[in-house]
Design a protein around this ligand. Structure first.
Ligand code: FAD
Length: 552
């Protein structure tokens, strides 16, 4: 046994954990209104694992023996479960394909090295045998960053970094930690917090994703406003290549020509295998609180977020949902929050009397971290801005609930899939001046796509991850699919992605390119930019041994 945990092969998260709507009385009526789905029963069973149709492994005995020689027999796997779990990430396309029962191509062998030397030997073996190496972190990406090409004829090795899972060293003077790349979020934070530190990187996939995966996809966590995106957090790197290790030393800044660090960030396994990173760490703050606010309109919420980003307040989280996502959040309240619901309905009456249109209300969360006096000061600044935009503070309750439940939301997608509905997300970033128009264009494009495929679809949005010049808009969409769900999904997803780039946004703020978004890369970074990236990949990997076809 390798001791490395994996998610369910057919969905998100841990076996035995699932979304349950029975204590959320408003959920079923909401879904019925939004996409016309009756959630009372599951109608689309997950196929039995034994019935999955997989191609045979192409790794022959001699190759298997060579891998065994490097890592030991218990760390080389060719069984169906290992191969299925390592084939895809967790996008809706991935889940639909794995649940269809037929996998056209899987990795041929999964290997779990124990250290960098073993990674080096595997990489050298792969290149000399002209095999393909796909580094595997937690398998949470939603951009098609892992799958082997269907027509790949060479042996495909999934190189799982799960045993490289230790915090090696903390430089307490510099606030830097040296960490192995395969560590998953909770293990990393537990190790750091035992010594009084935090990384501050909490993507929604935190529970199952890894440091190496975050780096290889340029991830962003929900506290990025304070701690930065992973691209800001990572200072030093080690990446194994066929002839040795690329070492980026952990200096605070450097003028050393084009940045090797930046080339590795977002490289999705195309340049080599990241084994280690040196990352910024921070003392665990004495105070950490997320407050809920309400705004009368989406425009008011957007304007307030911009002003907060411009102000001296530097909250850890700035997030505001549009009215549709706010309605969804209210619909996932639990029955046990009886008193809170009474409180909410009283509040709604008060707001109505003040002239608010209840259908336009937008829920916001602002997070504060630091010394008590600093947090008090920030809250005061934010309160003034919120008031200026007609908003109100609703207190700690909703924020605490959001903070506790944020990692549970992905389970809802499996719940819907079990009932014949497909849901996924698309996110972008754009300058503040373009956000509202980008939002309108995207909503219209999704609406048109739904009309074209003849379904009642849903789309909602929030702003999160604010910067000096703009922010990320994150859209969630869902619809009841027919017997060609992937085709229908493609139509909706493409319309949304096209609206992003047409409106001055990027194809992705933090989900990477993979194969899912590569069609929009030239529109995003220019055809000449694509040629530069192609030259890098071709030069660094002439035989296309490293995760080929991803990004370009
Ligand atoms: P994997 O999925 O295993 O791999 C992703 C890519 O990185 C692949 O190309 C792989 O080859 C490469 N790779 C992995 N490890 C290495 C390594 N050591 N060396 C070289 N290449 C490597 N993303 C965010 O940024 N923020 C979010 O809030 C967020 N929320 C999500 C919520 C859900 C429910 C889901 C399903 C996904 C979410 N994502 C989010 C996307 C995903 O979690 C990120 O892309 C994450 O960074 C992937 O990490 P991983 O360890 O799972 O990598």
């Amino acid at each position: 046994m390798t001791g490395v945990k994996h998610m369910k092969w057919w969905g998100w998260g841990d076996e035995g954990i699932a979304f349950d709507h029975r204590d959320k009385p408003e959920f079923a009526p909401f879904v019925e209104r939004a996409i016309g789905l009756d959630v009372s029963t599951a109608t689309v069973p997950v196929p039995a694992f034994d019935e999955l149709d997989l191609p045979a492994s192409r790794a022959d005995e001699a190759f298997h023996a060579q891998l065994t020689d490097i890592v030991g027999g218990e760390h080389v796997h060719t069984d169906a479960m290992a191969r299925v779990v390592h084939t895809f990430g967790k996008s809706i396309r991935d889940l639909l394909r794995v649940r269809s029962g037929t996998l056209s191509r899987t990795p041929d062998v999964v290997v779990y090295p124990a250290d960098e030397q073993q990674v080096q030997r595997i990489v050298e073996l792969a290149v000399s045998a002209d095999a393909v190496v796909i580094p595997f972190g937690g398998g949470t990406n939603i951009s098609g960053s892992l799958e082997p090409a269907v027509d790949e004829e060479r042996v495909v090795i999934s190189l799982d970094l799960g045993r490289l899972n230790r915090v090696l060293e903390i430089d307490e003077v510099s606030g830097l930690a040296r960490v192995q790349a395969g560590i998953q979020g909770p293990d990393l934070e537990r190790e750091l917090s035992r010594r009084g530190w935090t990384l501050g990187h909490f993507p929604d996939s935190f529970t199952h994703s890894t440091l190496g995966g975050w780096i290889a996809t340029r991830s962003s966590g929900m506290q990025s406003d304070k701690y930065g995106d992973i691209a800001d957090i990572v200072r030093g790197l080690r990446m194994v290549r066929p002839n040795g290790v690329v070492v980026v030393r952990p200096v605070p800044s450097a003028s050393t020509g084009p940045s090797i660090r930046e080339m590795i960030l977002g490289s999705e396994g195309r340049l080599g295998v990241i084994t280690e990173a040196t990352v910024h760490v921070h003392r665990v703050p004495p105070v950490r609180v997320v407050l809920g606010y309400l705004f009368p309109t989406w425009d008011a919420g957007l304007a307030a977020m911009r002003e907060i980003a411009e102000s001296d307040a530097s909250p850890s989280v700035t997030r505001v949902s549009d009215a549709r996502e706010t309605a969804f959040s209210f619909a996932t309240r639990t029955r046990s929050k009886g008193i809170q619901s009474v409180g909410t309905s009283v509040l709604m009456k008060v707001l109505q009397r003040r002239g608010w249109d209840l259908d336009e209300i937008c829920l916001s969360f602002i997070g504060y971290e630091g010394e008590a006096s600093h947090v008090r000061y920030e809250k005061k600044l934010v309160r003034r801005i919120v008031r200026r935009h007609g908003g109100i503070l609703v207190g700690k309750g909703p924020g605490a609930l959001y903070d506790r439940k944020k990692f549970d939301t992905p389970y809802i997608r499996d719940f819907l899939l079990d009932r014949g509905a497909a849901g996924d997300v698309s996110e972008t970033a754009a300058p503040w001046s373009r956000l509202r128009q980008l939002y309108d264009t995207t909503m219209a494009a999704a609406g048109k796509a739904y009309e074209d495929i003849g379904v009642q679809g849903w789309i909602m949005c929030h702003l999160s991850h604010s910067y000096h010049s703009g922010a990320c808009l994150y859209f969630t969409f869902a619809f009841v699919h027919d017997d060609q769900p992937v085709k229908q999904y493609d139509q909706v997803k493409s319309a949304i992605q096209q609206a992003f780039v047409d409106s001055g946004g990027t194809l992705s703020h933090h989900h990477a390119v993979g194969v899912e978004h590569s069609a929009w890369l030239a529109q995003d970074v220019s055809p000449e930019g694509v040629e530069l990236v192609r030259a890098l990949f071709d030069g660094a990997d002439p035989n296309r041994n490293f995760n080929p076809d991803k990004i370009i």
